[in-house]
Design a protein around this ligand. Structure first.
Ligand code: HSE
Length: 438
């Protein structure tokens, strides 16, 4: 059998520890599949004495991940530290400079520095793999950059954050408040160290920016993603959506339009019978629209040690199977130096249907006035109802809830109409506006 492939792993948190266990348990199985053994030879983490339930004494220990990345005793540097800069960036740069292949699960690092790192790796004939960075255990990177090479992609969208999907699912199924569901997700270990990253949509935005680059062959443009999180979604929205035949999901959507590429992350109403609406709990899903294949929907575990380590181990196995002189697909599907500039479509030009929930003063003419303001912006209404459901019964306090569904219109028209309605003095509180994705 060929020489072993030697790994240095930086970061022994949930994913790193799961990876070490999997590589030990599957040693012979992987050696047979890859044609050579895959051996962990060195590790690095912040605290050597922490009990991880792992025997690390058989590995060389490095306090400094950069020193590990440069060590001549390794062939692949596995970065599981996290964070867009700091030790993660320094060690991945050092690994590439020293001629090591790199496997990382770090979406923030790739969203910010992915093109630079891919370019440097490609110049040196090295492999940079990052399947685990997007949607955990779902092989969406490989699907986009390899299996769908012959397709022109028109849209890619999905549920890319397990924490948010868990919260929305629990709110819908159990009728719980947002805060209680977030606390549960944290307790179960799904959320990032700072859950704001999850619930305000930034984690989804990082993942979406990576998918966009691969799907459309453009440079990663994480700063150009329009982002809204789920922290202002209320049980009243969830109930109103259900009454109208929709579910609310936090989606990341990248779509080609006439004016450029839209990248947007926001709570979205999806028809209750759509495949993406069937994705519950911490599960992720990605839908890809290709001109030849039609629509693919991939779903599976998007967070957690086992799922993420499964993707990292697959990336390592791909390098183990590669032969010198036979480059695998470039990191972003096309060589990084050939990625096109990203042309951003303006959010105000976004076209789609909208759900609008307004709490208004209950007086004569309010409905008519709202309808007039909508018509003034050329917005055609699919329905306008005074909402009475279990969640929002007709209150006795002189207010009413009005729910509108629009036909396809533009973001600008909706924002203008809502400004005028607010100026008319009918609103008790800020309106809720949720985009519909068909
Ligand atoms: N916090 C992330 C999630 C973990 O909830 O999906 C995987 O990136």
């Amino acid at each position: 059998m060929a020489e072993p492939l030697r790994l240095g792993i930086a970061g022994l948190g949930t994913v790193g520890a799961a990876l070490v266990r999997i590589l030990a348990a599957k040693h012979d199985f992987l050696a047979e599949r890859c044609g050579r053994p895959v051996e962990v030879v060195a590790v690095s983490a912040r605290d050597r004495d922490r009990d991880r339930g792992l025997d690390t004494s058989r590995f060389a220990w490095f306090d400094d991940p950069v020193a590990l990345a440069r060590d001549r005793g390794i062939d692949i540097f596995v970065e599981l530290i996290g964070g867009e800069d700091g030790p993660a960036l320094a060690s991945v740069r050092a690994a590439i400079a020293a001629g090591r292949h790199v496997v990382t699960a770090n979406k923030a690092l790739l969203a910010r520095h992915g093109v630079e790192l891919a370019r440097k790796a490609e110049e040196k004939g090295l492999i940079l793999n990052f399947e685990a960075a997007v949607a955990g255990g779902i092989p969406v990177i490989k699907t986009l950059r390899e299996a769908l090479t012959a397709n022109q992609i028109t849209r890619v969208y999905g549920i890319l954050n397990g924490t948010c999907n868990y919260i929305l699912t629990r709110m819908e199924q159990e009728g719980l408040a947002y805060e209680a569901c977030l606390a549960e997700a944290q307790r179960l270990g799904y959320a990032e160290a700072d859950p704001t990253f999850d619930v305000e949509g930034h984690d989804t935005a990082h993942k979406l920016a990576i998918l966009t680059a691969i799907a459309f062959g453009t440079r990663v443009a994480a700063d150009d993603v329009y982002v809204e999180g789920i922290s202002n979604i209320t049980p009243a929205d969830i109930h109103a959506a259900a009454d109208l035949g929709y579910r609310i999901k936090l989606l990341g959507v990248a779509q080609k339009t006439d004016t450029g590429i839209e990248q947007r992350v926001h709570p979205t109403m999806v028809p209750v019978d759509a495949p993406i609406a069937q994705i519950h709990g911490v599960t992720n899903a990605v839908a890809i629209d290709g001109d030849i294949v039609g629509q693919l929907v991939l779903s599976g575990p998007g967070a957690g040690g086992q799922a993420t380590a499964s993707a990292v181990a697959g990336d390592i196995a791909d390098i183990a199977k590669s032969r010198p002189g036979h480059q695998q697909a470039p990191a972003f599907g096309v060589p990084a130096r050939h990625l096109e500039p990203y042309r951003q479509a303006r959010m105000r030009a976004h076209e789609g249907g909208y759900f609008i929930r307004m709490v208004v003063h209950d007086r004569t003419g309010v409905f008519a006035s709202i309808a007039t303001r909508m018509a003034g912006e050329d917005i055609s209404l699919e329905s306008i109802v005074q909402h009475r459901s279990v969640a929002s019964p007709a209150p006795a306090d002189g207010t009413q809830t009005v729910i509108l569904l629009t036909h396809t219109t533009t973001e600008l028209a909706v924002r203008n109409a809502l400004k005028r309605i607010a100026a008319d003095g009918h609103l008790v509180s800020a309106p809720q506006m949720i985009r519909i994705e068909k």
